[in-house]
Design a protein around this ligand. Structure first.
Ligand code: ATP
Length: 268
């Protein structure tokens, strides 16, 4: 299934509205009898200035989709664009530059450098790229994320939530066209998780960023504008203006009746 945007705006004309796009995206791992089809001819449009969540059962292809859209993994068939740049077919060197200059990443495990302080971690990708951060923007990001009095601290001196806020600032500071967040709240308690989701929401609403987040948590997905549901390597459904309850209900269709919202009463 393709998203409505994919149906109504195919071709390069849509590039100004789409931050990323895939057509016929197929990814197979292994060969012969052991082949796993992780993505099966996926068409998707990630709209600019929107917060998109990707959900689905374990093994449905969420991480593979993110990795292929971000140029972290090669595709078996199909095409992927970042803005109007087709990334399928780019050499590794060009992909590295494109990821560095145009994409921000957040991971479940934060991926901060332990020997660098918070500010150095935040500015590291730009330093590697030989670019100076825009000071006004850096200040705005640091203040929005409440990190002003933590900039000299190393990751080990910060709480999990603060570390993820540093990772969020690092993803935002170069004003990337697209931020990919893979289970960004997976290692956080619910309060710190809510905080990080609130910041991602603010990044979209107030800073005009585009965010794609992979999550297992219906409560996290409820912070997005649009949820894409994956099952068996295909986009099988989508939901605009999601609520946690509606997402959970939809997930039950794909995973059986056992799922429940964290904190909600058990069914048995
Ligand atoms: N490097 C790999 N080699 C072989 N198979 C892989 C590899 N990476 C993923 N797969 C398979 O591809 C399918 C999709 O995996 P993927 O990690 O994208 O799913 P997911 O929805 O992100 O799962 P989870 O929610 O458990 O993280 C799974 O069947 C997985 O076993």
């Amino acid at each position: 299934m393709s998203t409505p945007a994919a149906e109504h705006a195919p071709g390069l004309a849509s590039a100004d509205r789409t931050a990323a796009r895939a057509r016929g995206l197929t990814k197979a791992y292994g060969s012969g009898e052991t082949t796993v089809l992780a993505l099966d001819s996926v068409d998707v449009d990630i709209m600019r200035g929107r917060f998109t969540a990707v959900m689905g059962p374990s093994g449905s292809g969420k991480s593979t989709l993110m990795h292929c859209l971000a140029g972290l993994d090669t595709v078996s068939a199909g095409q992927v664009w970042l803005g109007d740049t087709e990334i399928t077919g780019l050499r590794e060197r060009e992909l590295t530059r494109l990821r560095r200059d145009r994409i921000g990443f957040m991971f479940q495990s934060f991926n901060l450098i332990p020997t660098l302080n918070a500010l150095e971690n935040i500015t590291l990708p730009m330093n590697i790229a030989g670019r100076d951060p825009d000071r006004t923007w850096l200040d705005q990001v640091v203040d929005t994320l409440g990190l002003r009095d933590r900039l000299k601290h190393r990751p080990a001196q910060l709480s999990g939530g603060q570390q993820q806020r540093v990772a969020c600032a690092r993803a935002l500071v170069s004003r990337p066209e697209l931020i990919f967040a893979d289970e960004p709240t997976g290692n956080l308690d619910s309060r710190a998780g809510l905080e990080v989701l609130g910041f991602l929401r603010e990044a979209v609403d107030e800073l005009g960023q585009t965010v794609v987040m992979v999550t297992h948590d219906p409560g996290a997905a409820a912070h997005s504008d649009l949820v894409l549901f994956l099952a068996d390597g295909r986009i099988v459904d989508e939901m605009h203006r999601p609520t946690a309850e509606a997402v959970l209900e939809r997930m039950r269709l794909f995973t059986g009746a056992g799922s429940r919202l964290p904190g909600s009463p058990a069914e048995d």
